[in-house]
Design a protein around this ligand. Structure first.
Ligand code: SF4
Length: 699
């Protein structure tokens, strides 16, 4: 630990975890990250960091770091190899599989902890170098329901305001967002709003830390979200807590939307949400009567087979209140992944091209084909989403895969099925920095780069594009991810289209590719980002300062320029509890871990805070099963079973148990979760399935 030694240099950059992308100064000593200092001038976090941000530098010198390419040797496991072998073997296998089975038989999965530049390059690499339609990303497990809802309602997918507007909102409604644990530094903005007198409503099956001081905590039954927001809309209509001027002049679809909830009386709402009718009414009144407000949600309402409908039901109460496009009035999803916002804009989704364009739209295809210098007819079409790719492997349609920064064996649902799929691949290549559970199934592992080893930009959850600076050169025989992709493209015959001497060159092409799309970065340059410590997109011209607050002119990016209400009819989750599987299982995160834990499970000081996944269970449910704190509990679903120590707490609903998902192997919560997908966003239903509990012993 070199945290206190005199550094060679301090590099201003951003934390690699979570969508807040807090500013941080990394201490560099002898080409190693030796510690950090707060970056107090960075306007979002002003030096504050959470435990992950404080410890993130410890991944850099970790003994588990992959320092050279690896090859699988039958019967022996992995052996170190050289780049020439890794590259030539990979390219020959890509060619063999595509020549034998067709281009789409080789698929790609990527992550959204990657920079904007890498996200853009991956989208282009898959379509231009691999020529496959089957590219998707792990944002499919994260914020795609929000993206689907936002585009439908507003025509644009971004949180409406900078977080600065939160501080002066009169009412803040947080639905399914464990802010204090998953985006801890954002909590400060809510405390400041509270200091200014804001009322706080928290909707969550657990009394998460933020809920402990809320004015109203609505302990919703997992899956009841659209019933709650539909009932709130009905109460707003019945009491005329509506902004008629906004509804009449700037929206469409209001009448059909209120028709869809006309039968949602309080008894019905209580029955379908598990929340008392008094609390539902109080929440609707608090929201309905406010002058300024902010509604925030995250995976809690999005990880459902009706994730998009849940998001739209939230947007409906925002539009009915008319509180959007004004100071201190906003709405947004909070992205959990480091570049969850930017990563969903630049074309590495199966249905998307850069600028958040639609890959099925002929005009969009034409524009991007021109930017990329390819014939429009050679642009692949819409491919399979992440979990659909796993199903396609089982069907024998996908035979090879390349993944980067994605650990599906921990993060996808029903992961026994995922493991079987990985075992069926004829060739699998993984680019990563640590040997994740998934990487252990690879034929070739390419030693890639960490955040601090590459230059680029990311876009924070509030839409602010910030600069990531290279602090050290990649260690050992590792390479920058961008360099790996460029060399693969070269060997696949597309050298000229991937000739990017610097990351700024990639960004400049990204700017042009985004021009005219709904996520327009054209007016953003590296220099502007550095000079202003971030620029909010959309930013369409070089002299534009960026857009921290959207829609102040009440012009939305939909074809008719209006914000769209969308009728939502409540429907239950795909797997509800019954006699055989009587308990609801829901999953989520803890403060000390990030995503599938590939790096954070290796940082001892983070692991010490929460060493293994625990099963949270209410004392009354525990009593029914004779369970006491620390007892070992077997949790069984229709997909699998696993054992977890019990954590008996009063902060969870009596009919629900909770397990964090950051662990793999026998500790994996996702052995249990269901692989039902939202029909629009294709997000899996991580937040609801039915389970059995059995006490198996004392820990
Ligand atoms: Fe900030 Fe998120 Fe990093 Fe914590 S994990 S320091 S909140 S960016």
């Amino acid at each position: 630990f070199h945290g206190n030694s005199e550094p060679d240099k301090l590099v201003k950059t951003h934390c690699c975890y979570c969508g807040m992308q807090c500013g941080i100064k990394l201490k560099v000593k002898d080409n190693k990250i030796a510690g950090f200092e707060p970056w107090e001038e960075f306007p979002f976090n002003e030096g504050r960091l959470c435990p992950k941000g404080v410890m993130r530098y410890m991944q850099n010198n970790h003994p588990d770091r992959i320092l050279s390419p690896l090859k699988r040797v039958e019967g022996k496991g992995f052996e170190t190899t050289d780049w020439e072998h890794a590259m030539s073997k990979t390219v020959s296998e890509i060619k063999r599989i595509q020549d034998t089975y067709g281009k789409d038989a080789f698929a790609m999965l990527s992550g959204v902890s990657l920079t904007n530049e890498k996200s853009y390059m991956i989208g282009k690499f898959a379509r231009v170098a691999l020529k496959t339609a089957n590219l998707d990303y792990n944002g499919r497990l994260c914020m795609v329901s929000a993206g689907g809802g936002n585009k439908k309602a507003f025509g644009l997918d971004r949180t409406s305001n900078s977080w600065a507007d939160l501080k002066h909102a009169e009412v803040i409604l947080v639905a399914g967002a464990n802010i204090s644990e998953t985006f801890p530094t954002l909590t400060h903005y809510i405390w400041q709003a509270r200091d200014n007198g804001a009322k706080l409503i928290v909707v969550d099956p657990r009394m998460i830390p933020l809920a402990r001081t809320a004015d109203l905590h609505l302990p919703i039954r997992p899956g009841g979200d659209s019933a709650l927001f539909g009932a709130m809309l009905k109460i707003m209509v019945d009491n005329d807590w509506l902004d008629h001027d906004f509804i009449d002049n700037y929206t469409s679809g209001f009448q059909e939307t209120i028709d869809a909830v006309k039968d949602y009386d309080l008894d019905w709402a209580e029955e379908n949400t598990g929340i008392s009718k008094e609390l539902i009414y109080q929440a609707a009144e608090m929201w309905g009567k406010a002058n300024t407000s902010f509604l925030l949600h995250a995976r809690g309402i999005e990880h459902h087979t009706k994730g998009v409908e849940n998001v739209l039901s939230c947007i409906n109460i925002v539009l009915a209140s008319g509180r959007i496009g004004r100071p201190y009035c906003g709405y947004g999803t909070i992205t959990g992944q480091g570049n969850g916002q930017g990563g969903r804009e630049h074309g590495h989704k199966c249905d998307q091209l850069p600028g958040n364009r639609d890959i099925t739209n002929p005009e969009h295809r034409k524009y991007i084909s021109e930017v990329w210098g390819i014939d429009e007819k050679d642009m692949p079409g819409k491919g399979l989403s992440a979990y659909e790719q796993i199903e396609a492997i089982h069907r024998g349609e996908i035979k090879g895969m390349i993944s980067i920064c994605f650990n599906p064996l921990v993060s996808l649902p029903n992961n026994n099925f995922v493991r079987e799929a990985l075992e069926k691949l004829e060739f699998y290549i993984c680019i990563d920095t640590f040997l994740s559970e998934t990487a252990r199934h690879a034929d070739i592992v390419m030693a890639g780069s960490l955040h601090e080893e590459e230059e680029g930009t990311v876009t924070t959850a509030e839409g602010r594009v910030v600069k990531i600076n290279e602090a050290i050169t990649p260690p050992g025989n590792t390479r920058r991810d961008g360099q790996i992709l460029m060399e693969l493209a070269d060997r696949l015959g597309e050298k000229e289209k991937f000739a990017f001497p610097t990351s700024e060159d990639i960004f400049n092409e990204l700017r042009v590719a985004s021009k005219g799309g709904t996520a327009d970065y054209y007016g953003i340059t590296y220099q502007k980002v550095v000079d202003n410590m971030g620029i909010f997109w959309p930013c369409k011209t070089l002299d534009h300062p960026g857009t921290p607050r959207l829609w102040e002119d009440k012009k939305f990016e939909t074809p008719d320029g209006k914000a769209h209400f969308n009728p939502v009819s409540y429907r239950p989750a795909s797997e509800m509890p019954n006699k055989e599987y009587p308990v609801v299982l829901t999953t989520g995160r803890v403060v000390s871990q990030y995503l599938s834990g590939t790096s954070t499970r290796r940082i001892g000081k983070l692991l010490d805070q929460y060493p293994e996944p625990l099963l949270e269970i209410h004392p009354k449910l525990a009593f029914q099963y004779g369970i006491e704190n620390h007892d070992l509990i077997k949790v069984k679903t229709r997909r699998g079973e696993a054992e977890f120590p019990a954590h008996v707490v009063e902060t969870i609903r009596e009919d629900t148990v909770f397990i964090p998902y950051h662990w793999g192997g026998k500790h994996s919560a996702n052995q249990l979760t269901i692989d039902s997908l939202d029909p629009v966003s294709k997000i899996p239903e991580f937040k609801v399935c039915a389970c059995q509990l059995e006490k198996t012993g004392k820990k």
